[in-house]
Design a protein around this ligand. Structure first.
Ligand SMILES: NC(=O)c1ccc[n+]([C@@H]2O[C@H](COP(=O)([O-])OP(=O)(O)OC[C@H]3O[C@@H](n4cnc5c(N)ncnc54)[C@H](OP(=O)(O)O)[C@@H]3O)[C@@H](O)[C@H]2O)c1
Length: 294
């Protein structure tokens, strides 16, 4: 197997299929990629948002932008999108599996239907889309697959048990893909944001999902991903934000019992309420605080 990949992406030759483009990190990816001249295929459920973003990008950058409104919780989403792109004559050269959502609360009280949708969007869709589009991405000879995981992938996530497990799946799946694709001109890596200011918490239904952490911006997350992609030989995963990276390293020092117990305490909403009352105004102003969440 050929090891050591010297990747240089010419964005102007790329057509990137991007999921979750109607909001947050996905919308920032779309703007950053269009600015670099990439063609885009924007996917999410909210067609109106996709259309207005596409119009903005065509107008501002003159790039080709397609929109394909799709519910990724449908098991056939990968095959459906492959068929829809083929029908429009689109040849996808790179893929960003960014769409995702979480749920917060005791697992015993969770809604099984919502959990099934969460697993479908966070786990099945990235796998199915990667399987569907990888042959043409590899065939194009130069491209990337970025799968958005989370800091929640790096430690068990009590009160977000399914979300954390889903993101751990994405991390492991993508890192395995990274090594399998070495030498074929395609780089795959997992991008792990920590708490980021998007609509994520709104969808979860509570701010507790990010446990009061200082949030990074979606633009900073995308900059981290694109800087990683621009490396001479990008590794299998990247964490956004220095404090998050330090948190991941520190997490390895704990036993699994200690780690999950600590996370259970950190994500206790009543504890946070007490602490925010006491600690207001004492935080460091570096725009982030290590936290496994979101
Ligand atoms: N924000 C954070 O703190 C944080 C931290 C770590 C990781 N992440 C991850 O970052 C990624 C992007 O999330 P975000 O923070 O940008 O949140 P967001 O603003 O809520 O965006 C989520 C995106 O996913 C799409 N989506 C959700 N369900 C979908 C479905 N059934 N079918 C198609 N698209 C669907 C949404 O589009 P529609 O609603 O229009 O379908 C939206 O475009 C997710 O994978 C998330 O898990 C976020």
């Amino acid at each position: 197997m050929a090891y050591g990949v010297d990747m240089t992406i010419d964005f102007a030759t790329q057509t990137v299929l991007l999921t979750g483009a109607s909001s947050g990190i996905g919308r920032s990816f779309a703007r950053a990629l269009a600015e670099r001249g990439a063609g885009l295929v924007l996917v999410a459920r909210r067609a109106d948002r996709l259309e207005s973003l596409a119009a903005e990008l065509r107008d501002r950058h003159g790039t080709t932008v397609h929109t394909i409104p799709t519910d990724l919780s449908v098991p056939s989403a990968g095959a459906d999108l492959l068929a829809a792109t083929a029908q429009r004559g689109i040849r996808v050269t790179s893929l960003i599996n960014n769409a995702g959502f979480g749920s917060f609360g005791a697992f015993a009280e969770a809604d099984p239907d919502r959990l099934a949708r969460e697993i479908a969007v966070d786990v099945s869709a990235p796998v199915q889309l990667t399987a569907a589009f990888l042959p043409q991405i590899v065939g194009a000879g130069s491209g990337f697959v970025i799968n958005v995981a989370s800091m929640a992938a790096y430690a068990p996530s009590p009160r977000m048990a399914v979300y954390g497990a889903a993101k751990a799946f994405v991390l492991h799946f993508t890192e395995a893909l990274w090594v399998e694709l070495r030498g074929v001109g395609v780089v795959a890596f997992a991008l792990s944001p920590g708490a980021t200011s998007t609509e994520f918490n709104q969808v979860v239904g509570t701010e507790d999902a990010t446990a009061g952490a200082r949030k990074r911006t979606p633009e900073a997350v995308v900059a981290t991903a694109l800087a990683h992609l621009a490396r001479r030989d990008p590794g299998p995963s990247v964490i956004d934000g220095r404090a998050n990276r330090m948190g991941a390293v520190a997490g390895r020092l704990f036993s699994r019992r200690a780690s999950v117990s600590l996370m259970y305490r950190i994500t206790d909403p009543s504890r946070r309420e007490r602490e925010s009352g006491r600690g207001r105004g004492r935080r460091r102003g570096n725009g982030e605080r290590a936290r496994v969440g979101g």
